[in-house]
Design a protein. Structure first.
Length: 278
């Protein structure tokens, strides 16, 4: 009941938008003056140009990760941006083996994306320190499935250009919907237990979207927050409106929100014992 009531209250009244970036259009791609929303009937029709709107999936999800062994003490880290089917619960993955780039850092450096790379090292990290392979996995599994990041959408295309745009979009997405700060404004901070309802109400109030909360299967501790949106035009513009997640929360009614780096003694960090592969 809470889920449906909160959704009904905020949908249609809150739209998160960003200053649109230039839309890359390759030869033969002409986007309509009135941009389409992903998951709309028009966007999913055979006539919709995949460079102008997500025309295969379109349920755009930000996956923010509360990894207690990575990142800032006072922030979530990025897991990724995923594109689910509009019905929810299913998705395409590894959509273009030819673009499953492995040398992410080198490609970004070749493109002169040093500032982007620095920010990714700050907020898109993991406990194993293997950020390059982590980024490559997220791009190959999820990024290649966004139609608006297809090389055909670019004039004067350079190898990896669409991957850089995907990473930039994800970093901006993460900063736009800062989960840690949103929860903190409602006095929800690490080191305490809270009701699922408290997390949900806080994030609906802040973002207008009902969160999908994910918890550790063993400890029940919070480890991820997923936020769902539809996108108007190319996803990179981050002109978004909230939508209901079509998947169940993975948490109990009471959720421990753990502090980061537990048991640190004299600079020693305990090893991560639980791994996730969403």
């Amino acid at each position: 009941m809470l889920f449906s009531t909160l959704a009904a209250t905020v949908f249609g009244s809150i739209v998160a938008s960003a200053v649109p970036a230039s839309v890359p259009t390759g030869t033969g791609h002409t986007c309509p003056a009135k941009e389409l929303w992903s998951c709309s009937t028009a966007a999913l029709s055979n006539s919709a140009d995949g460079c102008c709107v997500e025309n295969k999936s379109g349920l755009v999800m930000l996956a923010a990760f509360w990894d207690i062994h990575a990142g800032s003490l006072y922030d979530f880290t990025i897991h990724g941006t995923w594109s689910d089917h509009c019905s929810g619960g299913t998705w395409d993955q590894f959509c273009d083996s030819a673009r499953e780039y492995q040398n992410v850092t080198a490609i970004l450096q070749d493109l002169g994306e040093y500032q982007l790379l620095q920010e990714m090292n700050n907020v898109w990290t993991n406990s194993e320190g293997s950020t390059d392979s982590f980024w490559a996995h997220e791009w190959g599994k999820h990024g290649t499935c966004f139609s608006t990041f297809n090389p055909s959408c670019y004039s004067n295309y350079k190898t990896g250009q669409e991957m850089a745009d995907f990473f930039r979009m994800t970093v901006n997405f993460y900063h736009k919907f800062n989960v840690y700060k949103a929860l903190e404004r409602h006095n929800i901070v690490p080191g305490h237990k809270y009701k699922t309802e408290q997390f949900t109400k806080a994030l609906v109030k802040e973002f207008g979207t009902v969160p999908n909360l994910q918890c550790d299967y063993t400890t029940g501790e919070l480890n991820a927050v997923w936020l769902y949106f539809h996108a108007k035009g190319p996803v990179r513009n981050l002109e978004l409106r909230p939508t209901v997640p079509n998947a169940a929360n993975g948490c109990n009614d009471t959720i421990p929100y753990p502090t980061k780096y537990p048991g640190e003694i004299n600079g020693h960090y305990p090893e991560l014992t639980t791994k996730f592969n969403f």
